[in-house]
Design a protein around this ligand. Structure first.
Ligand code: PLP
Length: 396
């Protein structure tokens, strides 16, 4: 690591915390240490913080305060939603539809249900990573109780047609869950207009703390039929609508709420700035470095995501060389970047395994500067040229 300069371009893996979030959390570690279930005043102070935080987080997606279930992560929210919906509705049917490009938090949760006698239908995507709405409609059967399709893909940034999926789910009376861990706070989300029943998000992708997430859980089950439409998968005290028992992490949640407040005020400017950086990197690389291409959709993509295919060399080598120049990027999903297998997302786009190995993901964020982008664009070409010179694939 270059000690004199470090350029962080891996915001999709996790973001640094905003100093304002740290400030709020520090204050709450001191003042909101009470148990939010306690009757005394320290407990009630924590309970009030929780209520306010729920309100703030709900407001970003046009939800009601009581529809936010705080969790310990996006992964936990995905598990509660998918397992909970499958178990609760198994007498109606045992089919779940999901896409082939989901994060492992959804993919492996669905696969675990397969072992319990559920059928999982994996919806394919086109070369940009987009699902086809008509294909989805064809797949819905009498047995289908849940559709789980991600809002935005973590590797290639492609934004799925969420509103259309929501409308379809409503038409067929099927529950709709979306993993919005990458999209929450990056693009506008409206759970009402988009007919979303459940949505997962995570604080550490938007300048909040790690280990804090949430599940938006529509209140319709309670309002309409006197019961939740998912079954709890954990048991304990009655916290978080009985869906996520355990003493509540109030300081972490207050930090999450502060992160949401900040992003809510700044979203249009952040989208514009990050889109400019994104497009500058894409244009520069595609124009100046031969044998490169863009993975994912050119416009229907997260404002902060660049994913490049770089022929003849492996993404890991570029990541390591860039790191030695003081630049952090990745090959794709942080969760699977230690695995040598090519990305299931890139393979699903139709890339050959060798092509999928040559991917590079650079994701910008709130603290990215013009200089950071310039530095990255200056350091990348000589690294690629050097690696290609040594590459047996290039010299074949
Ligand atoms: N879903 C998506 C799309 C993600 O990108 C991630 C994290 O990278 C997760 C789920 C998991 O979130 P968490 O790290 O909060 O468990």
């Amino acid at each position: 690591m270059n000690p004199s300069r470090y350029v962080y371009l891996d915001y999709a893996a996790t973001s640094p915390m905003d100093p304002k979030v740290i400030e709020v959390m520090n204050e709450h570690f001191r003042s909101s240490y009470g148990n939010s279930s306690s009757l005394h005043s320290v407990g009630q102070k924590a309970a009030q913080t929780l209520v306010k935080s729920r309100e703030t987080v709900a407001s970003l997606i046009n939800a009601q305060r009581d529809e936010i279930i705080f969790t310990s992560s996006g992964t936990e929210a995905d598990n509660i939603a998918i397992l909970g919906a499958a178990l609760k509705n198994q007498n109606r049917g045992k089919n779940i539809i999901t896409s082939v490009i989901e994060h492992h938090a959804v993919e492996n949760t669905c696969k675990s249900l397969k072992k319990k006698g559920f059928s999982i239908t994996f919806l394919p995507v086109d070369k940009y990573g987009l699902i086809d709405i008509r294909e989805l409609e064809d797949m819905i059967s009498e047995e289908t109780t849940l559709i789980s399709v991600m809002f935005a893909n973590n590797e290639i940034g492609t934004l799925e047609p969420i509103k259309e999926i929501g409308a379809l789910a409503k038409k067929h009376d099927v529950l709709f869950h979306t993993d919005a861990v990458q999209a929450f706070g990056k693009v506008p989300i409206d759970v009402e207009a988009m007919n979303i029943d459940m949505l997962s998000a995570s604080a550490h992708k938007l300048y909040g703390p790690k280990g804090v997430g949430m599940l938006y859980l529509r209140n319709k089950g309670v309002r309409e039929s006197g019961g939740e439409f998912i079954e709890p998968i954990m048991y304990g005290g009655g916290h978080e609508r009985d869906m996520r028992p355990s003493t509540v992490n109030v300081p972490g949640i207050a930090g999450f709420a502060k992160a949401v407040e900040l992003v809510k005020n700044e979203m249009p400017e952040e989208i514009e700035l990050q889109t400019n950086y994104r497009d500058k990197i894409i244009k520069n690389v595609l124009e100046n470095i031969g044998d490169t291409y863009l993975n994912g959709h050119p416009t229907k993509r997260l404002p902060n995501n660049v994913n490049l295919g770089i022929r003849f060399i492996e993404g890991e080598s570029i990541v390591l060389d860039l790191d030695s120049e003081g630049i952090a990027v990745s090959t794709g999903s942080a969760c699977s970047s230690k695995s040598l297998d090519p990305s299931h997302v890139l393979l699903a786009l139709g890339l050959k395994p060798q092509e999928a190995q040559g991917s590079l993901r650079a994701t910008v964020g709130r603290f990215t500067t013009d200089d950071d982008v310039e530095y990255f664009l200056e350091k990348l070409p000589p690294i690629i040229a050097r690696l290609r010179k040594m590459s047996p694939l290039k010299n074949r």
